[in-house]
Design a protein around this ligand. Structure first.
Ligand code: ACO
Ligand code: LMR
Length: 274
C-alpha cells in the first residue's frame, strides 16, 4: 500500500489548501458573514476557538487602548529614531518592539503568573507584597513613570469598568486591586498599571469564562501569550510614528550634548597596575 511521508512539522491553526482559507476550521467567508471582528480572528488564531462576544470585545478593547501612549515612551522613541535614520518600516517597527520587556509593555506574563500563584497559594495581598520586598523583587504590573493615584490612568479605569461589568467573576483582578491598595499607600505611583490590569483580567477570562479547561488556561499562561497583546496593540502606534516621521520628512536625529552627563575617567589618575 501507499506509505505516507512523515510530516516535517505540525500546524493546527490555519489551512490554505482548499478552495477557502480556514482559520481554526472557520471559513474566511464565514469570518465576514458572522462579522467576528479582530477579537474573533485573534481568538481563532491564538486560542483555536470562538470566544463569547464579551471576550472578543475585551480583546479589541485591549488592542485599542494599548495602541499608543505618545512619542516619549521607549518603544516609540526607538521607532522614531530609526525612522529618522532613514530606515524602512519593518526595521523601525522592530526597533520599537525590541524595547518591550519586563519594564515597558512586557510585564503582562510576569504579572499574570505572579498574581495568580500568590492568589492560588493563599497568600494575603500584604504577605505577597512583603514577600516580594524581602526578595528585593519588583512586582510586575505595578508602578508607572507618570500615572499615579492622583493622576489615574484612564485606560486602566476603562478596563476595570468593562471587566467588572461583563466577566462572570474576577478573583485575580480583585486580588491585584487589593495589592494596589497596599503599594499605593507606600508610593502614589505604585498603581496597578495597564500591563498588570490587562494581565490579571485575562487570567480571569481564561479561568472563569468556561471557554478553557484549567489545564489549557495554565498552558496559555506558561507559554507567554499575554505579552503578545501589548506587542500587537502597540505595533499600531509604532507604525503610526514611523509614518508620521516620514510624512514630516524629519532628518537624522542626534541627541544634544547638553542633555548627556559625560562622566569619563581621567587617564592620568589611573594606575596601570592591576
Ligand atoms: N513593585 C514594588 N516596588 C516598586 C515597583 C514594583 N513594581 N516599581 C517601583 N517600585 C519601588 C522601587 O523599589 C523604588 O523604591 P525605593 O524608592 O524605596 O527605592 C520606587 O518604587 C521607585 O522605583 P523606580 O524604579 O524609580 O520607579 P519608576 O517610577 O522609575 O519605574 C516602572 C516605573 C519602570 C514602571 C517600575 O514601576 C517597574 O519596573 N514596574 C514593574 C514592571 C511593569 O509593570 N512595567 C510595565 C509598566 S506599564 C507599561 O509599560 C505599558
Ligand atoms: C505605555 O503604555 O507606553 C506606558 O504606560 C508607558 C509610559 O511610560 O507611558
Amino acid at each position: 500500500g501507499l506509505i505516507r511521508k512523515p510530516a516535517s512539522f505540525v500546524s493546527t491553526i490555519s489551512d490554505d489548501r482548499g478552495q477557502e482559507l480556514l482559520y481554526a476550521g472557520m471559513r474566511i467567508s464565514d469570518v465576514f458573514k458572522e462579522d467576528i471582528g479582530i477579537g474573533g480572528v485573534l481568538s481563532l488564531l491564538w486560542f483555536k476557538r470562538r470566544l463569547p462576544d464579551y471576550a472578543c470585545k475585551f480583546i479589541e478593547m485591549v488592542l485599542m487602548l494599548t495602541a499608543d501612549h505618545g512619542p516619549a515612551v521607549s518603544g516609540a522613541m526607538n521607532t522614531i529614531i530609526t525612522s529618522r535614520a532613514g530606515k524602512d518600516l519593518i526595521s523601525s517597527l522592530v526597533s520599537g518592539l525590541l524595547t518591550i520587556g519586563e519594564r515597558f509593555g512586557g510585564a503582562l506574563d510576569g504579572a499574570a503568573s505572579q498574581f495568580t500563584s500568590a492568589y492560588d497559594s493563599g497568600l494575603t495581598p500584604r504577605e505577597f507584597v512583603n514577600q516580594q520586598r524581602k526578595a528585593n523583587k519588583l512586582i510586575p504590573g505595578i508602578g508607572h513613570k507618570i500615572k499615579s493615584r492622583n493622576n489615574p490612568d484612564l485606560r486602566v479605569v476603562l478596563v476595570k469598568e468593562y471587566v467588572k461589568k461583563t466577566f462572570p467573576s474576577t478573583p485575580i483582578l480583585d486580588y491585584a486591586l487589593k495589592v494596589e491598595e497596599i503599594t499605593t499607600s507606600k508610593k502614589d505611583n505604585l498603581i496597578l498599571n495597564v500591563d498588570g490590569c490587562v494581565a490579571v483580567s485575562f487570567v480571569d477570562l481564561l479561568r472563569e469564562s468556561g471557554a478553557f479547561s484549567r489545564e489549557e488556561s495554565e498552558e496559555y499562561l506558561k507559554i507567554g501569550t499575554l505579552n503578545g497583546l501589548f506587542v500587537l496593540g502597540r505595533s499600531i502606534g509604532f507604525i503610526g510614528h514611523y509614518l508620521d516621521q516620514k510624512r514630516l520628512k524629519q532628518g537624522l536625529y542626534r541627541h544634544p550634548w547638553d542633555d548627556i552627563s559625560y562622566l569619563l575617567p581621567t587617564l592620568d589618575s589611573q594606575t596601570l597596575d592591576p
